[in-house]
Design a protein around this ligand. Sequence first.
Ligand SMILES: *Cc1c(COP(=O)(O)O)cnc(C)c1O
Length: 394
Amino acid sequence: MESRVQRSEKAERVRVPFFRVALDEAEIEAVERVLRSGWLTTGAECAAFEKEFAEAIGGGVDAVAVNSNTAGMHLALEALGIKDGDEVIVPVLTFTATAEVVRYLGADPVFVDIDPGTLCVTADAIEKKITPRTRAIMPVHFGGLPCDMTAILRLAAARGLPLVEDAAHAFPTSHNGIPVGAHGSAAAVFSFYANKTITTGEGGMVVSTDKELIKRVRIMRLHGIDRDVFRRHTDKPGLWRYDVVAPGYKYNLTDIAAALGRRQLRRAGALRNARKAIAERYDRAFAKLPLVLPAQAGPGDADSYHLYIVQVAEGSPIDRDRFTAVLEAEGIGYSVHYTPLHQLSYWRDRYGLRDEDFPAATDYAQRCVSLPLYPSMNDEEVERVIAAVAGAFG
Ligand SMILES: *Cc1c(COP(=O)(O)O)cnc(C)c1O
């Protein structure tokens, strides 16, 4: 028979995972209803999800559901006519998808370093990278904090350049009291990947007030099929008739996923508040440790609290790798968001990128650790993370 001491030691060895999705019964039932309905792919659930998401963003946007943020960013750039030989400005600190979609179209990403305080890009840094070949700018609202959209929109308007926001971390995030997605950029693209702020398993949403862009994204999301074009040129009856206007893509979202998304959307505020409460506990507990804590949102701004990233400070007794070794020994899941693109071989070699060209992202990359931050964390798990982090520096 196990002694009580042995049992509690065993319990302590259970990992606190970096992330754990926790769906409620209403979400599971919504998916089940679709599974029993006889219709699985893009249909009424997707249409309702698009409408409800657009309403959540506000500002008169339309929304198009897609099967990933990556697909959505690809479609937005395609709709803007980005092509071979063009340049698109992209933060060097992002997930590879932001730059990858530029290459899908034969264009070249031009990388810009981050502001070390916010981990976002600034209008000043973007401006220095604009050339006669620049055709678009892709700000990333990093970790859930908004970029300074006021300054970036002003720059984009002055230079006549469209913005495609990578809003993968930014639901619900706002700047100057206005939700990300409603600032009037050409498009903002959200992610519903499993570990994002709301999820459909895999999924994404393109939002825009530009009716032409929305129309092109809708057509290209499903094979370039255009039913309206056909109807305009014929009076033949038959709902089966359609025309193909371009070699489009297979980027549509299923109704199974959309049903989950609609329920998650209703909980988005509560999920965000649950993450916020944990982030605030971490802030208090870590205040005296040699760690740089996440930047606070500016006045009028709101953070989605997607990631809780600490950076091991200058002069800390242990470096990042020693810190993560302690987390590992204590069974605390962690991650790194992200290795900056200039340190990944494809981007580094293709564009001859060097650490000294991106001092802020290079410095960040050797100090950063993302800690667990998700609504289903229980008190004991939060306390275990706090104890492990404090122990590492104590
Ligand atoms: C997750 C993520 C993406 C990709 O999202 P998918 O929905 O998985 O395609 C793009 N950019 C950033 C910054 C991300 O974190």
